[in-house]
Ligand binder design. Structure first.
Ligand code: ATP
Ligand code: MG
Length: 495
């Protein structure tokens, strides 16, 4: 069923209030023109600049447009005897006034009013409770794969027409991937991106895919809630966490939807809990790297602060956008901050949690959720219940072998040959250090070397840097111990 038929059905069914969140007014109006061709009802559009206008027929010259005033318009609609469809553009600000709200309710409840269909159209529409229950949200379907493939062909032709018939070099496999990745964009946005990808180098190849992912993420994330993380990591750069690495490797084919001999449930997500600085954030990045998909970070602080009162709508939009960027990893850092079960927030955090968990169970696209948390006490029990996440991993302080590995990794990252150092001795001297602290030791030793006019730190300089560090696990021994005790039995060790 196409979107237009859906719409016609909704209108025929006498839906009193439709809500359409869209900035593409033209498309919305066109959609209604098509729909009413079947529903045979008068169609009106109201905006503050033009007032009320009839759209489904040539208005008589003397049938002047109605007043732009919102209240007068609602009075007129209420009094109109013939049931009509009224598109109210950018009506959101008027929902604050008791008079408009009351009139809207009366029309919607058909208190002495014909069976009108009111349609609120705007970028972001939050309804007060008394209207929300009566409202039906509707979305226009975005272009499908066929339309997008046609668009890619058109743009390739257009390029060669503009370049003396020079053909665009198209890698068929890459072109299919481009079309797949354009899903979720409007036709105009998709066209702009494809044009740029082709014009860059007269070709469409696998090399265009990262740029496409970036452009798409930027377009979808106008609210700044979803950050496209340019830097993913590779597991090769992460010390330890053997079990987590293996877990991800085993699930990669199923996550990417590859053909498998037996049907496996695609993985949904993991919760990473652990001691500060031991690599939770790093692991989230490496999971995206391990799956070979983009990493999106959901900024939960912004979700709560910047759009006070619109938290749920924004979460809904962000999760939908993440699905449009699938396959991808969605990372929620410090999830406990968002879900603190404060009574003061009028139940918002509980609803956010509920929404998140429902989405996790029902999401329709391969989006792998990685949630990280430090403060486990603040985590609501629902989050840890079996079956929510596929697994909860605990990332503990690294053991001696892993510390040696992490020293090796951070030395190598700074072009220092690990073989020149006694890593076992460094590991032995740094018991209780986190990965972050080990990295700081390497950095500090490099400074000490530079102060001596050397390029490479000596073993003794590294040892001195270790001796000069008071690791967090010592300063906060009780908290770390409590965290470990809590994790035992509730989580699986990542290493
Ligand atoms: N296992 C590890 N292997 C390699 N490097 C590590 C490891 N753990 C931590 N590091 C280094 O420490 C840095 C900080 O770690 P990261 O930010 O991932 O820790 P975190 O657990 O997210 O800490 P926080 O609780 O403070 O958010 C990493 O960028 C990395 O350079
Ligand atoms: Mg972190």
């Amino acid at each position: 069923m196409s979107a237009n038929q859906d719409l016609a059905t909704l209108i025929r069914a006498g839906t009193p209030l439709l809500v359409i969140e869209s900035t593409e007014e033209k498309r919305v109006v066109e959609g209604f023109r098509h729909a009413i061709a079947q529903a045979l009802r008068p169609l009106y559009r109201w905006s503050i600049t033009a007032g009320l206008e009839r759209l489904d027929m040539q208005a008589d010259a003397d049938e002047a447009a109605g007043a732009p005033d919102a209240t007068l318009t609602l009075h007129a609609i209420k009094a109109a005897r013939e049931p009509g469809i009224y598109l109210l553009l950018d009506f959101q600000p008027y929902l604050r006034y008791p008079m408009t709200l009351r009139l809207l309710r009366e029309i919607v409840q058909r208190d002495a009013s014909a069976e009108h269909t009111l349609v609120l159209v705007g970028a972001a529409i939050e309804l007060p409770d008394e209207l929300a229950t009566a409202a039906t949200r509707f979305e226009f379907a975005l272009p499908d794969a066929e339309a997008l493939a046609a668009l890619v062909r058109e743009e390739a032709f257009a390029y060669s027409r503009g370049h003396d018939g020079r053909r665009v070099v198209v890698d068929a496999e890459a072109a299919r991937a481009v079309v797949r990745n354009l899903r979720g964009l409007t036709l105009e946005d998709a066209r702009r991106i494809v044009r740029k990808l082709i014009h860059d180098d007269g070709a469409l190849s696998a090399a265009d895919l990262p740029e496409l992912a970036r452009a798409k993420a930027a377009l979808l994330d106008r609210d700044g809630l979803l950050h496209f993380e340019y830097e993913t990591a590779q597991f090769a750069g992460v010390g330890g966490l053997a079990r987590l690495k293996q877990w991800i490797a085993q699930r990669r084919p199923a996550f990417l939807g590859q053909k498998l001999p037996i049907r496996l449930d695609p993985p949904k997500g993991v919760l990473l809990l652990g001691v500060q600085g031991c690599g939770k954030s790093l692991a989230a990045k490496a999971i995206a790297g391990g799956f070979g998909v983009p990493l999106l970070r959901l900024d939960i602080g912004t979700l709560y602060n910047k759009y006070h009162g619109e938290t749920e709508r924004n979460l809904r939009a962000a999760l939908k956008n993440a699905e449009l960027l699938a396959p991808c990893v969605l990372w929620i850092d410090e999830i406990e901050k968002a879900l603190a079960t404060a009574e003061a927030d009028e139940g918002v955090s509980r609803r956010v949690l509920g929404y998140l968990l429902t989405w996790l169970a029902e999401r329709s696209a391969p989006v792998f959720l990685v949630a990280t948390a430090n403060d486990v006490q603040a985590l609501p029990a629902e989050l840890l219940r079996k079956g929510r996440f596929d697994e909860a991993f605990f990332i503990d302080l690294p053991d001696a072998a892993t510390r040696a590995e992490i020293f090796g990794l951070h030395l190598a990252r700074r072009a220092l040959a690990a073989a020149d150092y006694d890593l076992a001795a460094l590991a032995a001297a740094s018991a209780g250090f986190s990965g972050a602290e080990i990295e700081q030791v390497v950095v500090a030793a490099l400074y000490a070397a530079a102060a001596d006019g050397q390029r490479r730190p000596t073993q003794a300089q590294l040892a001195a840097a270790i001796a000069g560090t008071r690791p967090l696990s010592v300063m906060m021994a009780e908290q770390v111990e409590a965290l470990r005790a809590w994790a035992r039995g509730r989580t699986v060790a990542a290493d």
